[in-house]
Design a protein around this ligand. Structure first.
Ligand code: KG4
Ligand code: ZN
Length: 356
């Protein structure tokens, strides 16, 4: 079964081909540079970029594999959650393709696809606990199978990735700042008392990062030297070494605080759900070195295998959509042309049609 995956939910246009569960080719066009000057994704510009690059990416992808669209059995598309205009570009492109070549259409939940992406690299064992930490979401799921996810906890306000990006912004570091916060923090010393570990003195599995955002803003206001005069990457050569060191220490402490928050909630979820066979951590923030290391510690403590997709599968990509679509099609599920795009904030329905 040859499955074409289409990702266009935010600022990455991704296309990939998965054949019988194995990734054979992929293409990714990132729009990071286009949006960086605005300090965040501009939805209208993002939609137009998807529309502009999708046909050329598909042409290249197929040509390099010596395939045509008629070889594709399943067209899998991210149908949400995401930016509505961006999703519609992918969805309409997918619908046009299935009309022209007769392939099956499958609409996949972008968040679930992040969590099953690691299945391209290793066998996934179920039931598993899934932590999805991205720019738009912080969710904990109990996953019974690739088609059965139960949401156990979610952020009440900002997502983990947003907390990273806003921290970067408060220091005048370029968007998206997560990786830079991680890299600079690695060189600093943690002070566990600078930032309070947010929203853990309760008995639930939800998250709230808005208090941490305020704590970061207050800290930067009280230490204005830490903020770069102009947006950019700190230049060690020209900067006072004390300031550079203090910024790294602040970021090390920030990384620690987010890592500790995630650790407490994931550990709580593991304790509440016996029989978990694997812990899957996915989404852009799963690339963070502190998050990776605390999750490895939790998994070890409870003797549960840790599943971390490799870096290129953590951020948005077409391969995870192709793989999720392959899993759905293998289970006999598909959508018809009425498939709807689901914007952020709305629950993605499980409205697929099952055959056999
Ligand atoms: O999953 P993703 O690529 O896109 C969404 O669907 O949101 O996640 C992007 C987020 C951004 O907020 C980015 O700053 C963050 O992931 N990120 C990181 C790191 N790499 C990317 N955050 C912390 N540490 C990193 N190394
Ligand atoms: Zn994503």
């Amino acid at each position: 079964m040859l499955c074409l995956g289409i990702e266009s939910s935010c600022d990455e246009t991704g296309l990939a081909l998965v054949k019988d569960g194995k990734l054979i080719a992929e293409k990714l066009a990132s729009q990071i540079d286009v949006h960086a000057v605005f300090g965040g994704v501009v939805p209208e510009i993002a939609s137009r970029e998807h529309l502009r690059v999708l046909p050329a990416l598909l042409r290249e992808l197929l040509k390099e594999q010596d395939l045509t669209i008629d070889d594709v059995d399943v067209v899998s598309v991210a149908r949400g959650p995401g930016l509505q205009g961006c999703l519609l570009m992918g969805l309409n492109f997918a619908k046009g393709l299935v009309l022209s070549c007769g392939a099956k259409l499958v609409g996949v939940n972008h968040l679930w696809a992040h969590l099953t992406a690691a299945g391209l690299e290793q066998e996934l064992l179920f039931p598993s606990l899934g932590l999805l930490v991205s720019g738009g979401h912080t969710h904990i799921y109990f996953i019974e199978s690739p088609l059965k996810f139960t949401l156990l906890g979610r952020t009440l306000d900002d997502a983990a990735g947003e907390a990273f990006d806003k921290t970067a912004k408060s220091l005048n570091l370029p968007y998206p700042g997560g990786k830079l916060v991680d890299d600079l923090g690695k060189q600093g010393v943690v002070d566990k008392k600078i930032f309070p570990v947010p929203y853990v003195n309760n008995d639930n599995l939800d998250f709230s990062f808005s208090g941490l955002k305020t704590a970061v803003a207050t800290y930067v206001n009280n230490h204005p030297d830490l903020r770069l005069a102009a947006m950019g990457v700190p230049d060690e050569g020209s900067e006072d070494s004390k300031i550079s060191e203090a910024r790294k220490n602040m970021l090390a402490s920030f990384n620690y605080t987010v890592g500790r928050t995630l650790e407490i909630k994931v550990e709580r979820a593991i304790k509440a759900h016996r029989g978990i066979k694997s812990l899957i951590v996915a989404g852009g923030v799963a690339a963070n070195s502190v998050v990776r290391s605390v999750m490895a510690d939790v998994a070890k403590k409870y003797s549960i295998p840790l599943v971390l997709p490799s870096m290129h599968l953590c951020t948005d990509n077409g391969a995870m959509i192709a793989y999720a679509g392959y899993l759905m099609a293998k289970a006999g599920c598909r959508h018809d042309l009425e498939l709807e795009a689901i914007p952020r904030g709305r629950v993605v329905p499980t409205d697929w049609i099952c055959e056999g």
